[in-house]
Structures are given as structure tokens and as C-alpha cells.
Design a protein around this ligand. Structure first.
Ligand code: SF4
Length: 347
């Protein structure tokens, strides 16, 4: 089928056409592309830990971690390496195959690098894939992280190039593209997506997906976040995005980036089971797992496992993660609702 081909020459009007087709046609097309490229009943599971929280010098208007806004968030310094590795072990026991570590920085400083590199090495030794989101990266730091064993780097484009300045003024769209370039040059995989429901117009959602799909190499992971409105941030009172528009965004992302993992990310607490299921049908095949996403709520880990079971879906198998391990993880998740300290970044 023609849409399984990875294209880098999408135009805005072609993206609009995809978005605006009848809902069922769009879902059918997206589900078909999904089935051609992935096992349709498997979901990749990532866990995210905030390794340094709050007081970020950037002014992303959606983010409670920005030092520019007054939110109830408690600031935390860079976590100790051992504590990070403990959390990674817990995440692995709960079924995560990828461990993402997020720091609220504009960019990592030289003095932080030795700790960061130790974290990557320690988590990697557990047999987990490693991902970090630390802000902007220059070429040198990108290579250092790659040498430490980092598999993925997350750096979202957030929105369209046109709407971007309404959301962030402390760094440019081009800064973001440059960081993605450095990550690629160093040989790491890219995790990059955006946030919808920030008061943008439909054309900005088209533009975001077009920018992502038209990168020289499409990101291996594409997180699609629904804005979580946090009190004290400039977007706290923005209008809700219609849920069908969100599902359409997932479906179009799946069609345009057929080989990428499309991740249902922040905002899942506002989605009922039926909506999440529709997102899976539309091609979402990755979730963050744990009670918190950096600083915002996320469905409880056991609720996720139970939903997957209801749908006859299961976590993507990876290395030693067998069916038996899945069953054990499911029972343990149901028995133990506590998954402390797991957070998500909506960078
Ligand atoms: S999204 Fe990231 S870069 Fe932006 S303010 Fe929050 S922590 Fe800082």
C-alpha cells in the first residue's frame, strides 16, 4: 500500500486532506498502515523519571517546570545516580523496556555530564533501553551521551514553526532542529513529537506533523501529548481540544510516519478507556507507564495493564520480556498499586 512508504516531502495541503477525510476512512487507513508495520496488539512501554525538577530557565507556556511561572511544583536538584538506577530497576520489574530520564534544563552543563553519563551506563547495564531529555545539545555533548550508551534522545518540536513563538520565546524552532541534527550525527535515535490543545489552529497540527515527517530521517518515536492545563501556567485556561481531533492527530501521525512508534503521552488521565482504545486502533503503539509523567498525573500503572488485558493487547516483547514476565508483571501491577516516583516530561 502506498502509505506504508516513508515520505519526506509532505505538503500542508496533503496533510490537511488526510485530516479532513471522514473519520472512519481515516481510522481504517491508519489502522491498515499500523498493521503493515507493527504487531497491532503490542504496545511499547516506556517509563519516565524526572531526574531534576523545576526552575527551568526556558519559558514554555505549557510547562509547570518553567521558572517563569508560579506553580505549586516543588523544585528538586539533580538526583543521585544510585537513586536513578533504583527507579530504573523498579520500572523494569513493572514491564518497562525503555527508561527515560528528564531534566528541566535549558541544556546540560559540563559539570553535570559525568553524573548523566553514569546514569546512562547504570540503566543500560540493567538491560533497558535508555532515553534522555535534557534540553538543547551541542555536537560534543551528543557524542558524549552516545559513547555512554544512550539510545534515544527526546527533543520535541512542540507545535508548528508558525505557532511556536506563541508558546516559547527563549529558544527558537531552529535551535530545536539543530539539537535533533546533533543527536542524529552522534548516531542516536530521535524521539520527537509535540503537544496539541495549546490553543493552536488545525493548520498548526498539520504543520507540526509535516515538520516531523519531513525531517531528513523520521523520529523513531513520536510522542503526541494532549496539553495538561496546569494552574499558574499561561495556558491554564485554554479551551479544550475536541477528543476526535486528538484521535485524528494520532491517525495522521501513524500514516505519515509509518515506521515510527507513535506514543500516547501526556493527557491520558483526561481520556477514558474507550478513547485510549480508539487511539490504539488509530495507530498509537507506545505509552508512558507509571502514576506520574514528570509532574502531571498519568493513569495508574495497574489501570494500564488492565486496559491492555481487556483489549487483548500486551507490552511489546523485548529481550527477556516473555509472556511469563508479562503475566507476572500484570499480577504484580494489580496487587501493588504503588509505583512511586515515576514522572513524565512533556518537553
Ligand atoms: S518543557 Fe522542558 S525546556 Fe520547557 S520549561 Fe519545561 S522543562 Fe524547561
Amino acid at each position: 500500500m502506498q502509505h506504508a512508504i516513508v515520505r519526506h516531502d509532505w505538503t500542508l495541503s496533503q496533510v490537511k486532506e488526510l485530516f479532513e477525510q471522514p473519520f472512519n476512512d481515516l481510522l481504517f487507513q491508519a489502522a491498515s498502515v499500523h498493521r503493515q508495520n507493527f504487531k497491532p496488539n503490542e504496545v511499547q512501554i516506556s517509563t519516565l523519571l524526572s531526574i531534576k525538577t523545576g526552575a527551568c530557565p526556558e519559558d514554555c507556556k505549557y510547562c509547570p517546570q518553567s521558572g517563569h511561572y508560579k506553580t505549586d511544583l516543588e523544585r528538586e536538584r539533580l538526583m543521585e545516580v544510585e537513586k536513578v538506577i533504583e527507579q530504573a530497576k523498579l520500572a523494569k520489574d513493572k514491564g518497562a523496556t525503555r527508561f527515560c530520564m528528564g531534566a528541566a534544563w535549558s541544556d546540560p552543563k559540563d559539570r553535570d555530564m559525568p553524573y548523566i553519563e553514569q546514569m546512562v551506563k547504570g540503566v543500560k547495564e540493567l538491560g533497558l533501553e535508555t532515553c534522555m531529555t535534557l534540553g538543547m545539545l551541542d555536537n560534543h555533548k551528543a557524542h558524549a551521551l552516545k559513547s555512554a550508551g544512550l539510545d534515544y534522545y527526546n527533543h520535541n518540536l512542540d507545535t508548528s514553526a508558525e505557532y511556536y513563538e506563541q508558546i516559547i520565546t527563549t529558544r527558537t524552532y531552529q535551535d530545536r532542529l539543530d539539537t535533533i541534527d546533533h543527536v542524529r550525527d552522534a548516531g542516536m535515535k530521535v524521539c520527537s513529537g509535540g503537544i496539541v490543545g495549546m490553543g493552536e489552529e488545525a493548520k498548526d497540527r498539520f504543520g507540526l506533523l509535516m515538520s516531523l515527517a519531513n525531517l531528513p530521517q523520521q523520529p523513531e518515536s513520536v510522542p503526541i501529548n494532549m496539553l495538561v492545563k496546569v494552574k499558574g501556567t499561561p495556558l491554564e485556561n485554554v479551551d479544550d481540544l475536541d477528543h476526535f481531533e486528538f484521535i485524528r492527530t494520532i491517525a495522521v501521525a501513524r500514516i505519515m510516519m509509518p515506521k515510527s512508534y507513535v506514543r500516547l503521552s501526556a493527557g491520558r488521565t483526561a481520556m477514558n478507556e474507550q478513547m485510549q482504545s480508539m487511539c490504539f486502533f488509530a495507530g498509537a503503539n507506545s505509552i508512558f507507564y507509571g502514576d506520574k509523567l514528570l509532574t502531571t498525573e498519568n493513569p495508574e500503572a495497574d489501570a494500564d495493564m488492565q486496559l491492555l488485558k481487556k483489549l487483548g493487547m500486551k507490552p511489546e516483547t523485548h529481550q527477556d520480556y516473555s509472556d511469563e514476565a508479562y503475566e507476572a508483571s500484570l499480577s504484580s501491577a494489580i496487587a501493588d498499586k504503588e509505583t512511586a516516583g515515576l514522572f513524565y516530561e512533556a518537553r
